[in-house]
Ligand binder design. Sequence first.
Ligand SMILES: [Zn+2]
Length: 289
Amino acid sequence: MIDLQRNLSAEEHLLIYWYSVMVENSNVGYENFRITESLIMRFNRYMHNWRTEFYNNPADFEKPVDWDRTRTKTEYFRQQLAKGHEFEIWAQGEFKRYGLDIGGYNSEKGQFAGENKFGIEIKYDMRMNETGNIYIEYSERLKSSQNWIKSGILKDDNTKYWLVGNESKYFIFQKQTLLNVYSRLLNNQKVAECRMVEEKLNGTSKGFIMSVSFAGNIAFADSIGEFVRKADFSDKSKDLYFAFGMFVHGRRDCRYIKGKSDNFLKVFDSLDEAFDMGYHRCNNPNCFL
Ligand SMILES: [Zn+2]
């Protein structure tokens, strides 16, 4: 959204120029291009409609970011990436039903990290139904000729929880629980219904498997509803911002959003993030006190 009240940024100049060329089929060169208020309003309306459609049907609009370097992209990798992304979008939608926005972001590796500000990693387990086990990865490599690097639960990031499974059955673990299982297996201690495995097909992943019944015993929650009830987000609550319509609010009880259901609010933990998404600061003077 372009704000009519202030000067346009360099990026906005380019965006609105491209909009006039691509959407309105203008054929003026940039040097003769004129920006008018009505053009900005048409642009804003176009962006607003795009955003609405995008967020109403993220599974149709959001694309996984594919690798574009000289890496070998096997069909297997592509499928994993696409299916994993689909599951992630699905899980994000489920969290949203409880008023939690766990929107993920893409890492600089061009691979979605599954990381998010709530520290929940989402992992699709393609073979759980077939094998009766879930797979927890701790090491990976891109090709079987390369060295192993830490991944999955050994990756050093802000992840506190691990959601793994598929749309019909999944578990949410505390990452520490999985790390405890890992270190016992590593020290050759027996853990019921768990064992180390190496993914044989491509030789690119190491991890351990755990039976679904054991997973049920040690999981923190086996539904998102249960997770939301048990997890403590209290340390975050003072830093949350709530967006609705075109505005972002600093208080859940701001008079403009007080009566709205959680389902209609988009939650951010920084104001800048909300501004980046195009929301405007609420003009109620009490909203950010
Ligand atoms: Zn407000």
